[in-house]
Design a protein around this ligand. Sequence first.
Ligand SMILES: [Zn+2]
Length: 609
Amino acid sequence: MKVKGFPIWLMGLAIVFVGQLTVQSAVQAQSVHRYAISFDQAMQHQARISVEFPNIDEQPLQVRMSRTSPGRYAIHNFAKNVYDVQAYDEQGNQLQIIRPNPQQWNVIGHDGFVRFEYTLFANRGDGTYSQIDETHAHLNIPATFVYARNYPQRPIELAVELPKDSGWKVATQLKQLNPTLFYAPDFYYFMDSPIEISDYHLRERMVDGQLIQLALHTPASDREVNDYFAKVMAIVEAQRDVFGELPEFDFGRYTFLSCYMPQASGDGMEHRNSTIVTNAKPMEEPLGNTSISTISHEFFHAWSVERLRPVSLEPFDFEEANMSGALWFAEGFTSYYTNVILARAGVITPDEYVEGLARTLNYVMLSPGSQFFNPIEMSYRAPFVDAATAIDPDNNANIFISYYSYGSLLGLALDLTLRTETEANLDEYMRTLWQQYGSNEQPYTIKDLKSTLAILAGDSLARAFFARHIYSSEMPDMQQLLGRVGVELSLEKENEPYLGPSTRWSEADRVYEISSAPQMGSPAYEAGLRLGDRIMSVDGLRVESNRSPASIIQGKRVGQQVEITFTRWGMTKRVSVQLKANPRMKTERVRRLSRAEAVAFGEWIPVRQ
Ligand SMILES: [Zn+2]
């Protein structure tokens, strides 16, 4: 059975609330947009939603679903999961709706009051979308609620009708009026405030006078949750130490909304006073360190992005894609700190941190993408890659480097440069930016990032770093920089012949298929091999399930020509490939550090006692 209209029991609560307000804010309260959501069809991933829009002076009323979600850069079609739509006037008479575009419903002929009702289907649990089922209602607001296009300044109230005997509770950064009634001062705040409704574990602790909460929806013992929360708190404190203080959270409260369920999808999404962290964790798997690096990444955003914010993201557009050239900093430097903080908080060891660096360095330094775009231009591509979907293939394997990884490498390079060439370090840079542009929420430009670096490290260092690595795409000399703190960057294997792309065994066709696009400069690319080509034999030796092209090539020499037989479009073809040396690198701490290297490393990643 669907719940239609505004539940009567909620009307009582709303009246009590209005009764407590002053006369002036009571006028404002009359323009509150009142939302209600119920979950009678949760088993079928559906919710019924009603919204009351009072004192509407536009004709028709334009009601929309968003096309974007704060913190995401792709464009979405959330409206596709909205149906069974009706609109009523105050007396309950049905109003006519017309559709001017796929994202919008125009309600015509109203007399200033509209009640808008619809059913929502939602079955993706992550930072962009919503998921409703018998275990939870995980709600990202833009994917869930319509809004009145031309009334963004009006306050919003949301009433949540919990299913009977569900044990569900509501976790959100929204102001709580009572356990199931929530308040946002305007539309922008509402859109930024995701909600986890489930029977979650709750842990909380005061840090510097503010409450840090973990609402964790996952099957886990109290002891597992306690251990996990201890790591979360160590991360919170290590990050507080970078910036020197916590941000001033609204209502003195920050909430991690963690949902690790088998039906969820791995993701993380920052918000002003909360974050969504999701993971597809099988029920029986121990909690362990599930998504702990995402916890680290997203909490860093409470400073950088949420308050220390690029001017290019202000104001956030809910109808068009949002583009920023600063994501190499906003996301990339955050990615650099993600793992540095895990090491400083003792979640991973310094050796694990150092060995893990190779993954990012290999991806960024060996990618041909920097020939085409600098980090600012890579950032511009976020709307094409950040939770974006398309059916036409792209050439990102050759032209794109994720601004997360690229920026992470640049953060590492700048930190090591500052530490070994100046009295400063990247923590001080972040703290200075925080004081200049973050705590007072004065949006920054890329020029501001450069001038702040100049204040801290001198004009010539700042000018050189930005000219070479930000406004153009020269790679920093990572081998030299890492060497200064006693970390060696070297080939994983000397003179190892390689083909390039990865291959995948197809049981049906008994062949290895090229499963990643060959990169420019790799032997496969230069020989004209492509994604989807099916390799039958290498140098006359037939590939088998237990004899991959890579394993055959292992037995060859660098510089050797090998003949590859493959099929494309059902036709058999042959190419001769000249093997090159695999450029893959590894990172490790050198055994015998000089005193200077040891001191520099210890200041960078302090070893915990
Ligand atoms: Zn959940």
